[in-house]
Design a protein. Sequence first.
Length: 167
Amino acid sequence: MIRVVVDDLAFLEVDAVLRAADERLEPITAVGVRLDAQAGPRFREQRQAQFPFDVGAAVVTGAGDLPAGFVIHLVLQSAERPVSRESVRQALVSAWQRAGDWGLKRLATSLVGAGAGQLPVEEAAALLRDTWRGRKPGPGESLDLVIEREEDRGVVESVVLREETPR
């Protein structure tokens, strides 16, 4: 089940939050920068990458000072590859797999891949919806899709609650 909520990702008590990142696990969105600030210096240490990750990967680390237990970093871009529909799709599929491997059932995310120079809101919401519905669900799994403004709820809910997009 996906639930659209107006909140701040950095303050949610869930098993894990998803965070858009580059190949070195650096934040690539304003939401990610704010999340990092709230997570504190311990988080910076926990997410230090020894080598660059492949675009489309998902990496689980500790969450520093966040109330969430873990952070799942979605590697959406590198110096050579900008954010694309395919990198977002691959990273989301990887994230759901990592969550399952780690037994993380209560997840929260912002609208992955949406923002300046990235995907339109509707396309990012559809990718999130379709990949979430396409996994093998376990009991008690939930996803909070966190938006910042009440004004955006209608648009996001209309996409998330719609049936899967034909391929």
